[in-house]
Design a protein around this ligand. Structure first.
Ligand code: ADP
Ligand code: AMP
Length: 216
């Protein structure tokens, strides 16, 4: 099952990805996570990406396509994968089709998590993440069951992403909203787009996702 999780920043891609990976056992490939790892390790690619990420801009397509190509060449993706946050524009979507066709693969489904942009600022500015395992929470909508303790790994150390601070969020949303409609059109024409109402509760969104994936 070759999947793409699509949606504006804060739509709930990472939250749903955690559940999909657990049930369907496919590798989760988040370009945002790959960039954050590279920034933490101060690799040349990380330092290059940081300049764009800190402003809420997209990292240039050549860089992003290159890291995805490298990742999809790894054997654990042979039986399926889930891309999260990639592709983000038409150039990337076409590059992905090209990469996959070179290894006789194709996209089976695009899950488009649809949320009104007006809701997203609050989702992003309230998001916090476990430093140990990367599990994602929200101050109001999805707090850990025990305050200060990660539900998944039990650690107590959380952080807020630099680009979730209010001064960056607006530009990130503007940049991504502009790219979103052409992508939706592209995958609708390809006959693989499935749209899910992402304004429901997290569990209800997942029920809709499960229904789509089990029917593929
Ligand atoms: P993305 O990966 O698409 O940027 P996340 O999965 O990190 O989005 O979700 C953004 C924030 O919104 C997180 O704080 C998360 O806990 C919260 N969230 C995710 N899904 C929902 C939902 N259906 N309703 C309310 N809050 C949600
Ligand atoms: P995300 O974790 O998906 O919200 O991504 C965080 C940031 O990483 C984005 O705001 C971009 O700057 C960068 N990024 C992630 N994925 C891509 C992509 N497919 N193309 C370009 N930049 C990306």
């Amino acid at each position: 099952m070759n999947l793409i999780l699509m949606g504006l920043p804060g739509a709930g891609k990472g939250t749903q990805a955690q559940k999909i990976v657990e049930e369907f056992q496919i590798p989760h490939i988040s370009t945002g996570d790959i960039f954050r790892d590279a920034m933490k390790n101060e690799t040349p690619m990380g330092l290059q990406a940081k300049a764009f990420i800190d402003k809420g801009e997209l990292v240039p397509d050549e860089v992003t396509n290159g890291i995805v190509q490298e990742r999809l060449a790894q054997a654990d993706t042979d039986d399926g994968f889930m891309l999260d946050g990639y592709p983000r524009n038409l150039v990337q979507a076409k590059a992905l089709d090209q990469m996959l066709s070179e290894s006789n693969r194709h996209v089976d489904a695009v899950l488009n998590i649809d949320v009104d942009p007006a809701v997203l600022t609050q989702r992003l500015t309230g998001r916090f993440i476990c430093r140990n395992c990367g599990a994602t929470y929200h101050r109001l909508y999805n707090p850990p069951k025990v305050e200060g303790t990660c539900d998944v790994c039990g650690h107590h150390d959380f952080y807020q992403r630099e680009d979730d601070k209010p001064e960056t969020v607006k530009n990130r949303l503007d940049v991504n909203i502009k790219m979103n409609t052409p992508l939706v059109d592209y995958y609708t024409k390809a006959g693989v787009l499935h749209t899910v109402d992402g304004e429901q509760e997290i569990g209800q969104v997942y029920q809709a996702v499960q229904k789509i994936l089990t029917n593929l």
